[in-house]
Write a new protein. Structure first.
Length: 278
C-alpha cells in the first residue's frame, strides 16, 4: 500500500468519522423511512442501525470486560446453529431495538458507539481483542467495526435512493483504505469459509482511492490482477455489489473466481447481489 501504515488511533479516528457520516444521513429521516426494507433479508433501515448498535456495544464489552463478553457469546452462537430458526439471531440481537422508536434507537446507537469510542481509546498497537471467532489484533478489530459501519451504511444509502427519499449524500473518502486492505487480506478466507481450497497463485490489486491516490496490494508481477476504483473493490468484497456492476478490471481465472465469492466479513458464507441488481 502506498502510504504510511495506519496506527490503532488512525483506525479509531476513521471509525468515529464513518459513524458520524452515517449519523448525518439518518438523523433527520422521517419515521416511515426507518421502516423501509433494505437489501438484507428481513431487515429495515432501523434494523441496520439496531445491528450496529448491538455489536458496537458488544465490541466495547469485549475490550473492557472480556469475561462478561464471553458469557454472552454462547447464547448468541447458539442462534447460529444449523437447527436454529432463520430469525433467531435477529431476535437475539435486534429484539430490544425493534421495540424502540427511531429517536430512541438513534440515541441508543449514539450511546453505544460512544462507549466503544471510549473503550477503544485504551487499545495499544499489539493488543488483541476477544471476539466471536478467533481473537483479533486491535487494528483489525477496529477495522472490522469501520467496515460494518460503512457497509451497512451503504445498505441504507441504497434503500433511500431506491425509494427517492431526500437525505444527505455520503461522499466516499480515503477512510475506506482500511476496508480495501481488509478485503485484500481476506482473499484466502473467502475460500476457507466455503470449505474450498484457496488458490496459491497471488493476485495484484491496484486501486484508485477517492482522493486519487493509488493503493497497491500483492506482488507486482502477479499474472492475475484487479484494478479500478477502491470504492468498487470495497463494495464487492463486502458483498454490496456484483463485480460485473462495477468499474473493476479483473484479469485471470484466480482473480475472477475470488471476486465472485469475496467476503471480507466473518460469519457463514454468503453471496452478494446478482449481476444487474444495481
Amino acid at each position: 500500500m502506498n502510504d504510511t501504515a495506519p496506527t490503532v488511533e488512525t483506525v479509531r479516528a476513521d471509525l468515529i468519522a464513518e459513524q458520524d457520516a452515517l449519523d448525518s444521513i439518518i438523523a433527520d429521516l422521517e419515521p416511515e423511512a426507518w421502516a423501509l426494507a433494505t437489501a438484507s433479508p428481513r431487515w429495515s433501515i432501523a434494523d441496520q442501525i439496531g445491528h450496529l448498535t448491538y455489536f458496537d456495544w458488544t465490541a466495547a464489552l469485549a475490550i473492557t470486560e472480556p469475561d462478561r463478553f464471553t458469557a454472552f457469546t454462547g447464547e448468541l452462537m447458539s442462534t447460529m446453529s444449523p437447527d436454529a430458526a432463520a430469525d433467531a439471531m435477529d431476535l437475539a440481537t435486534l429484539g430490544d431495538y425493534r421495540a424502540m422508536s427511531p429517536d430512541e434507537l438513534l440515541h441508543a446507537w449514539r450511546t453505544n458507539r460512544g462507549v466503544l469510542s471510549e473503550a477503544s481509546a485504551s487499545l495499544g498497537e499489539q493488543d488483541r481483542v476477544i471476539w466471536y471467532g478467533p481473537s483479533m489484533g486491535s487494528k483489525s478489530f477496529l477495522t472490522a467495526r469501520l467496515m460494518e459501519a460503512w457497509a451497512h451504511g451503504q445498505d441504507i444509502v441504497d434503500t433511500l435512493q431506491q425509494n427517492d427519499v431526500n437525505a444527505p449524500e455520503r461522499p466516499h473518502t480515503d477512510r475506506i483504505r482500511h476496508i480495501a486492505q481488509l478485503g485484500f487480506i481476506t482473499h484466502k478466507w473467502s475460500y476457507i469459509n466455503r470449505r474450498l481450497e484457496a488458490p496459491s497463485a497471488p493476485v495484484h490489486v491496484s486501486l484508485t482511492s477517492p482522493s486519487g491516490a493509488t493503493w497497491d496490494f500483492g506482488p507486482d508481477d502477479a499474472a492475475d490482477t484487479i484494478a479500478g476504483p477502491a470504492v468498487d473493490f470495497c463494495l464487492v468484497t463486502t458483498q454490496r455489489r456484483h463485480v460485473d456492476d462495477t468499474g473493476l478490471t479483473v484479469i485471470g481465472d484466480v482473480a475472477t473466481a475470488w471476486m465472485n465469492i469475496a467476503q471480507a466479513f466473518a460469519g457463514g458464507a454468503t453471496d452478494g447481489p446478482a449481476a444487474g441488481t444495481f
